[in-house]
Design a protein around this ligand. Structure first.
Ligand code: TXA
Ligand code: MG
Length: 323
């Protein structure tokens, strides 16, 4: 297992490992990330190796601020406005890559765009200390549940890395919202920790939602997969099922469930997002054949929650886009 260090004590050690081309699992406000120096091709390649990713999906380059982001990406006035409104925070912008970008082509999978995000907390401090962008996908084995605690990271990839930095349970609990800035239009590539309505308010325009080819890998494929089957939007619990509940009202036969966890008894979508992945893995660990999920409203963060639930429920026979 990897060493677990609390974030207050880990900055120097984490930075030294990144400088040496090694990987470190780090807390961000969304989920835990598996970090590498984004300019070091060998280190970035190890990310794919450790996660067992079936293919080289592009990664997010984490930056300390807009100044660092401008060394690798071209900001239109619209992109700058979004960054200034939401950074540090759970918004990733896909932008044209800048001429002098030092980000290794493995990070962008050879695309002429780059995904940039300025995280809150330790991830940002580490990037500032390193002085270079940090590539970091979620710190789980490919296709498995995204970790929101240091313990979950250690259980997933702890045998394959040396250090997990512990920042406590991730505050947001789902990954960042990804928006591609293409000229004057914005395309939502992944719903996430910032509600799309908030982005639309700041941008003063509607997000396009069409999904084209490789632009949003994993959008339709099996993802975040627990071992159990998933049954969504249920109104009645069947024999042998574990129940992922939401809100004050229970599904029929809820008392039959082998285990029940409520994402948010008071029906708060933020609380539900923060609990989502850890509750899924706790219910999965019961060995139940199926996790039944009560309906979760689709507005605000509910869009990201429903997106992750339907990916967890998708057929498991496809490798496309897993991460
Ligand atoms: O909250 C998050 O975003 C977390 C934390 C660790 O920062 N990171 C994360 O990374 O979720 P990952 O690798 O699991 O997801 C990154 C997504 C992938 O779906 C990838 O395809 C997309 O970003 N992406 C990266 N670069 C892209 C690009 N140039 N164009 C389109 N999509 C891109
Ligand atoms: Mg992921």
């Amino acid at each position: 297992m990897a060493e677990i260090l609390p974030e207050e004590l880990a900055l120097e050690a984490a930075c030294r490992l990144l400088e040496a081309g090694e990987l470190v699992a780090i807390p961000t406000e969304t989920v835990y990330g598996l970090a590498a120096d984004a300019t070091n091709g060998d280190a970035v390649a190890r990310i794919f190796e450790v996660k067992g990713r079936p293919r080289f999906n592009p990664l997010i380059a984490h930056v300390a601020d807009r100044k660092m982001a401008e060394r690798i990406a071209i900001f239109s006035p619209l992109a700058a406005r979004l960054a200034d409104s939401f950074w540090p925070g759970p918004l990733t912008l896909v932008l044209p890559q800048g001429e002098g970008s030092s980000v290794h082509p493995l990070v962008t999978a050879g695309l002429d765009t780059v995904a940039v995000r300025c995280p809150k907390g330790f991830g940002r401090a580490l990037t500032a200390q390193l002085g270079r962008p940090v590539a970091a996908p979620s710190a789980n084995l490919s296709g498995r549940i995204t970790p929101t605690t240091a313990e979950a990271v250690n259980a997933s990839i702890g045998e394959r890395i040396r250090l997990v930095v512990d920042g406590g349970p991730a505050l947001v609990g789902v990954e960042s919202t990804i928006v591609k800035v293409a000229g004057d239009s914005l395309v939502l590539l992944r719903p996430g920790g910032v509600a799309s309505s908030e982005v639309e308010k700041v941008a003063g325009l509607a997000l396009q939602r069409e999904v084209k080819g490789v632009e949003a890998p994993g959008m339709l494929s099996s993802h975040y997969a627990p071992d159990a089957q998933m049954r969504l939007d249920i109104d009645t619990v069947e024999d042998g099922e574990a129940l992922l509940a939401f809100g004050p009202n229970r599904a029929g036969n809820a008392q039959k469930a082998v285990m029940m966890l409520n994402l948010s008894p008071k029906g708060d979508l933020r609380e539900a997002a923060a609990n989502l992945f850890s509750y899924l893995s706790t219910l999965d660990a019961t060995g139940a054949t199926t996790i039944a999920v009560e309906p979760v409203p689709r507005q605000g963060l509910g869009e990201a929650i429903n997106d992750r639930l339907s990916r967890a429920a998708a057929p498991r026979d496809t490798l496309r886009g897993k991460d």
